[in-house]
Structures are given as C-alpha cells and as structure tokens.
Ligand binder design. Structure first.
Ligand SMILES: Nc1nc2c(ncn2[C@@H]2O[C@H](COP(=O)(O)OP(=O)(O)OP(=O)(O)O)[C@@H](O)[C@H]2O)c(=O)[nH]1
Length: 202
C-alpha cells in the first residue's frame, strides 16, 4: 500500500450484522468468509485502485463497527468522506432505522458526501421471497428523496457488489471538477501511515 494515494474516502455505515465487512471482503478479496460472525471493533481500512474511463481512481474504504457502542468512533470515520455506503439487511426491517439515523447525520454534518443505500443479503431471498422485509420500491423512493443511490447486493454470490463500488468511483470522476481532482491532496499512505490504525475484524 506504501505510496498509494487515496482519491475517494468511502465509509461503510449501518447496523451491526448487516454485512458491511462482507461487502468489502467480496469487493476487495473476491471472497465470502464462512464461519462464525465476528463483529468489527473500531474500524478497518483498505484501499483499492480501479479504472474509470482510463483513469485510475483509488478508493480508501473505512469499514466501521455497526454496534451502537462504537457510534462515536464511526462519526470520526465519516469526516471528509466523499461517499457513504449505508447498509441495511433486506431481511431485517429494524436495520433500516439505522439507515435513517446515518442519513440524517450525514445530511447535517457532511453535505458533500454522496449517499449509497445498500440492501444486503439478496441471496437469502432466492428460495424464500417472504424473507424480504424491506420493499425495493419504498427504499428506492427514499433514496431519490435524499438524492442518493440505491443497490441491492449479495456478498455471498457477488451480485451487484462490483457495480456498487464502480458507481462510487464513477460518480467521483463525473461530479468532481477536474481542477479540484488534480489539485486535491489525496492521502498519501506512505507519509500518513502512523495516523491509520486498522483494528480488528476476523
Ligand atoms: N447469506 C448472506 N449472509 C451474509 C451476507 N453478507 C453478510 N452475511 C452474513 O451476515 C453476518 C454479518 O456480516 P458482517 O459482514 O460481519 O456484518 P457487519 O455489518 O460488518 O457487522 P459489524 O462488524 O458488527 O458491524 C455474517 O454471518 C455474514 O456471513 C450476504 O450477502 N448473504
């Protein structure tokens, strides 16, 4: 990672157990971890460079802990984020309350942060559609209301995961004026190493 510059700070938010870490694992390492669930403590950081229309864009992804115990820490991680992927579990309606909480926070504290609502665990509906507790169209309407985007994903099968992160990078390229993009001092990971701490998931 040494010397790699981050162009887009991305923060993962959402209730515990909704699948934030699994989404990052699928996207960055192309895998789905089986075995007992381990909650994220604090936050974890990973960077990934991708190509958008011939340009390399590096996403710096902060995976925060969903437990309300770590709420104050999660606030630290969304500071200066250009994109927030706010996750909910489509089979758990209670997880959407946390979405509304984070959206309000972002709207009042990080107005320049684009919001991507992500309904996770789509694969769980494959054999039993009655497991769905959050209507696709209701969430889509809400996403439009807040001028955000909306995806439904499965980290187990990989469905829509690349598409989601690709859109984050594309939006950065499309909506950031070129001048700002070239002038902006991204975070140089080789120089700022000591300010990053990546604790402790899995
Ligand atoms: N079937 C299925 N299970 C998933 C999916 N994504 C996550 N899970 C499971 O849901 C549980 C929680 O996933 P995590 O990715 O650890 O959730 P998290 O949001 O990072 O949780 P915290 O770290 O507590 O905030 C784990 O048992 C995962 O295996 C998915 O797309 N499909």
């Amino acid at each position: 990672m040494s010397g790699q510059r981050v162009d887009v700070k991305v923060v993962m938010l959402g209730k515990e157990f909704v699948g934030k870490t699994s989404l990052v694992e699928r996207y960055v390492h192309h895998r789905f971890l089986l075995g007992p669930y381990q909650n994220t403590i604090g936050a974890a950081f990973v960077a990934k460079a991708i190509n958008v229309e011939g340009r390399v864009v590096t996403l710096g992804i902060w995976d925060t802990a969903g437990s309300e115990r770590y709420e104050a820490m999660s606030r630290i991680y969304y500071r200066g984020a250009k994109a927030a992927i706010v996750c909910y579990d489509i089979t758990d309606s209670s997880s959407f309350q946390r979405v509304k909480f984070w959206v309000k926070e972002l709207q009042s504290c990080e107005q320049h942060c684009r919001i991507y609502l992500c309904g996770t665990k789509l694969d769980l509906l494959e054999n039993d559609r009655s497991k769905r507790q959050l209507d696709f169209h209701d969430v889509r309407d809400y996403a439009e209301e807040i001028k955000g985007r909306h995806y439904e994903t499965s980290s187990k099968t990989g469905q829509n995961v690349d598409e989601l992160f690709q859109k984050v990078a594309e939006d950065y390229v499309h909506f950031t004026p070129f001048q700002v993009m070239t002038e902006e001092n991204g975070v140089d990971l080789s120089q700022k190493k000591e300010t990053y701490f990546s604790c402790c998931h899995h």
